[in-house]
Design a protein around this ligand. Sequence first.
Ligand code: CP
Length: 319
Amino acid sequence: MELAQNWTRKHLIGLEELSREEIEIIIDTARSFKSTFEREQKKVPALKGKTVAQLFLEPSTRTRIAFEVAAKRLSADVVTLLGSTSSQKKGETLKDTALNIQSLSADMIIMRHSAAGAPLYLSQYVDIPIINAGDGAHEHPTQGLLDAYTLLDCFGSLDGKRITILGDILFSRVARSNIWGLQKLGASVCLAGPSTLVPESFRELGVDVCYDLKEALVDSDAVMLLRIQHERQTSTHFPSLSEYTRLYGLNKQRSSWLKKDAIIMHPGPINRGVEIDSDIADAPNSVILNQVTNGIAVRMAVMYLCMNRNSRVQAELPR
Ligand code: CP
């Protein structure tokens, strides 16, 4: 395998700058790591002796735990700093926090921040890899990668597949990473939802924009629901949550408009009864929890590759 040998990037900031080949290297590496999940001994020694620092300055359940499980499966030590308990509360700058984490012997920083561009900014000052775990409404690259991985698991190839992303696109970093990632892998992407949350200007990214839900869903191989991101909205973009649910919530009737073998996706956290009915979230064609599990494999791959870029040593990769 020549995966790490062909990987040259130190940081993972977004999917916008990755090529199709780079995305495929991550997904192929993730497949190798996923093959260990059924083993009794799930750990591999790939990052033995390394310390991964998690700097999470915004809430997270899935991403933070998946990165921690992934790092531990790679035999790394993990330390976590949360916004609520960091010295940023005492006035320390983000740059100083990161430089101190580096001086405390961290070999990599996994970072979530409410400001778009924060990981790119830090990558210009520290010597260790920075992995973006979500920055404002900019990108959430490992979410986009695990979504692509899950879709590829279901369909084999994304060439010619149509994926509809439904909901709060305007404030969604998940939508942006998926727009870049899925199109690079050959899928067509349709954005659907109220016009206040799905601006026409997104067409410039090569996607379709559709305000008629039935029209958006009928030809779709997958629908990816997004929750309403109240924490990023400074004004009201629709009359009420119940109005949003009435017009755009995915229920049994609306999901019947999808193609026969279509799948239901959601990056989480789910707001049951708002953007998705509970029975649809738990339906046999929902892959929401598969996405979460695949997030471990994808994050193992990203950490492994960024720590072993240009490496000719492939011995640690499971076969
Ligand atoms: N999908 C996602 O980013 O979930 P968390 O906010 O729980 O990490």
